[in-house]
Unconditional design. Structure first.
Ligand code: ARG
Length: 701
């Protein structure tokens, strides 16, 4: 028996599964064998006594999980950080453990109320590196790690747990004596896996498979060369043996029913300090949210963004307002394991309308100079579609030319400072670019905030009522089109070749003729298929009237291209009366400007197709300038391209038979986007019908 290692256990007298606070407990309430549990615990106790001194804390009635002493607190040297349990079901254990630690002469630190941390269950000393691995995500709050670093004077490496089955760090992570690490990588997020890989060299890492993981192989007690665990596969046994470890298996099945095994049932109370500088790379920031926070779902989204981005939060203040129309406000403290992660999260929160506040008196944005043309400084703030302001020299200035995926460039002009949203390629040496997320605010109108999921309509999908629902959206869109046209507004259409294949051409032509369309954006294909149909009555070789393929029809589209090439342009072909109908014909006849963006797969291309992509992007941007509504008809690429260059506030209607495309577009987060999942030809025919009806009704008045 070794004197040097002391372990704390708690007899299972009152142990049971009385409630469910982890997935292992589900279905196991009062379903364990008390006798078997006692026997298994005795066996573990006996084995441990051969390797260490075992101390006991008195079990308490009413606190069935007290057997899991790993969760009593975290010990380093003579200092303990007492656990603050996440679940009320275990909070009553705290005073008993506190008493025990105090009786033993430890200095006991207690965390602020409401800041959960579950002791050695979620924090494990690396016996070679001297630093502390600390888990968060389920039971312990990331912010508690800062206290650990301070009180225990140790470097803390925070790991985010993402699999509910492995809710405590010690269920999937076990640093061994010699610096080896037994762990289950899928239990951690990508960031955490990288952190582990940076600290522990490949040859020292022992990843276990899922079977070993769910048998709690990582929940092992390691004393010197001995590792005690519930069970290990032959493969794992061999691996550990090859590294000089002796594995002792001792069944703990009755404790698995509560989500614990060997390690959970023990707390090592002798944990000597090693030299490791106190450090923690945890970063925190304060953000302020304001608006119709609940209605808009913005709070949920902000908190989700923080957690799914790898951070954690504390809502420090939340004022709901008394009436429905009142504005609510919230101040949230966001923490993340390091600077990169926090900046990422902050960027997303700013996009949601949050303002990063700081104790700093000056909330100015950080600026960095462009030193290479067309290249932004690292950490540049990536713009969103929402109206944005930046604070420079204590003044908020509005960013011009708002679009998504740009950088904010600040330039000095005779009239003062100007902020522009710029594409990377347009950045010039001498300009300053906003970096980080401080001193930036985005404004969302109440309408931009409302979640739009309810506005996604499905037609031709399952569901009886969907037909009527599409009709309803069509009614709305028709009304909008009519209103915009009558007010002299602007509607731009992006269209894919499917519009032609699905028989939508005649309806789109009608819209153009009636003055509802003020710009057409597409690629080579829509024009080619449209012209093929106009010249030969086929679309990609299919007879559009009879719906059958025509002999030799697969060459039709090339012939169509060839004809237009001979003319020099679509407009010339119209002028020479070679092209006498179709969507492109109507554009030319009605002076509707169009831009066709080329791609690698284009046949021909048509002389009008712009193969210089940067130029095509510029043409698109010019055509959508000032648009009130953009109608996106079955073209994912062009629609997304357009979506990216359009600021919030422009209504977008995306029609596609593929729900993924519709979702992608409405995901840009602006609620002005309406998604309609349906056949585009059908949609256009309904739309034209509705417009005609409107005209009729208008006429009657
Ligand atoms: N039922 C206990 C809980 O959910 C099990 C604790 C296991 N302890 C551990 N260190 N993993 O809190």
């Amino acid at each position: 028996m070794k004197e040097s290692v002391r372990i704390l256990m708690c007899a299972p007298q009152h142990y049971d599964v009385d409630y469910v606070i982890n997935p292992w407990m589900e279905g196991n309430i009062h379903r364990l064998s008390r006798d078997l549990a006692q026997e298994q615990w005795n066996q573990l106790h006996k084995i441990l006594k051969d390797h260490a001194t075992v101390e006991l804390v008195a079990p308490q009635p009413g606190w069935p999980d007290m057997v899991f002493t790993a969760n009593a607190g975290l010990i380093l040297d003579h200092t303990v950080v007492l656990s603050r349990f996440f679940h009320a079901e275990r909070q009553g254990e705290e005073p008993y453990f506190q008493q025990w630690f105090a009786d033993q002469g430890y200095t006991v630190h207690t965390l602020p109320k409401g800041l959960p941390f579950e002791g050695a269950g979620d924090a494990l000393i690396d016996r070679v590196g001297g630093y502390l691995w600390a888990g968060y995500g389920f039971r312990s709050e990331l912010d508690s790690h800062t206290y650990l670093a301070k009180w225990l004077d140790v470097e803390v490496l925070s790991l985010r747990l993402i699999d509910r089955r492995f809710y405590h760090l010690d269920t999937c992570f076990c640093p061994l004596n010699n610096g080896d690490l037994l762990y289950y990588p899928p239990a951690f997020d990508t960031y955490s896996n990288h952190l582990i890989e940076r600290r522990i060299p490949t040859e020292k890492r022992i990843p276990v498979n899922e079977v070993d993981a769910v048998n709690f192989a990582c929940n092992a007690v390691n004393v010197d060369q001995t590792i005690i665990m519930n069970s290990a596969s032959d493969g794992l046994q061999k691996t550990l043996a090859a590294r000089g470890f002796k594995v002792i298996e001792t069944p703990l099945t009755e404790f698995l029913k509560a989500g614990g095994a060997a390690k959970c049932l023990t707390l090592r109370v002798t944990e000597p300090r090693q030299d490791s500088p106190q450090a923690s790379s945890i970063q925190s920031r304060m953000v302020h949210l304001e608006g119709h926070l609940l209605d808009s779902g913005i709070v949920n989204r902000a908190l989700d963004t923080i957690v799914s981005g790898g951070g954690s939060f504390q809502v420090l203040h939340f004022d709901l307002g008394a009436q429905r129309q009142d504005i609510s406000t919230a101040d949230v403290k966001v923490s993340a394991p390091d600077g990169d992660v926090i900046e990422d999260i902050m960027g997303q929160l700013v996009d949601l309308g949050a303002v990063v506040t700081s104790e700093d008196i000056s909330p100015d944005a950080h600026l960095e100079a462009v030193v290479q043309a067309g290249v932004a400084p690292d950490d540049f703030y990536v713009t969103a579609i929402y109206p944005t302001e930046v604070s420079v020299n204590g003044q908020w200035i509005k960013v011009q030319g708002q679009r998504m995926d740009g950088a904010i460039a600040i330039t000095q002009t005779p009239d003062g400072l100007v902020a522009h949203c710029k594409l990377l390629r347009d950045l010039q040496i001498g300009e300053s670019v906003v970096v980080g997320s401080e001193g930036i605010r985005t404004k969302r109108t109440t309408t931009t905030l409302k979640k739009k999921s309810t506005e996604e309509f499905s037609f031709m999908g399952a569901g009886v009522s969907s037909e009527r629902r599409v009709e309803l959206v069509v009614e709305q869109i028709a009304w909008d089109l009519r209103r915009i046209r009558d007010q002299g507004g602007k509607v731009v259409v992006t269209a894919g070749p499917v519009v032609i294949h699905t028989g939508g051409s005649e309806h789109l032509r009608h819209l153009i003729r009636e003055g509802y369309v003020h710009g057409l954006l597409g690629g080579n294909a829509i024009a080619v298929h449209d012209i093929e149909q106009a010249l030969m009555g086929t679309s990609l070789g299919m007879d559009m009237k009879r719906g059958v393929s025509v002999h030799g029809g697969h060459r039709h589209h090339l012939k169509a291209i060839n004809t237009i090439r001979r003319c020099g342009s679509i407009a010339n072909a119209v002028e020479q009366s070679i092209l006498q109908s179709g969507v492109m014909y109507e554009c030319v006849k009605n002076n509707v400007p169009f831009s066709l963006a080329g791609s690698i797969r284009d046949d021909g291309p048509l002389p009008d197709t712009q193969m210089d992509l940067l130029q095509a992007q510029a043409d698109y941007a010019r055509l959508i300038e000032g648009a009130d509504l953009i109608l996106m008809l079955s073209t994912m690429l062009h629609s997304i391209g357009v979506g990216n260059m359009t600021p919030a506030g422009v209504k977008m209607v995306c029609v596609d038979i593929n729900p993924a495309v519709v979702t992608k577009l409405s995901d840009r987060g602006s609620l002005e986007s309406i998604g309609v999942v349906t056949d585009v030809g059908l949609f256009l025919s309904l739309l034209v019908n509705q417009l005609n009806k409107l005209t009729g009704e208008y006429a009657r008045v």
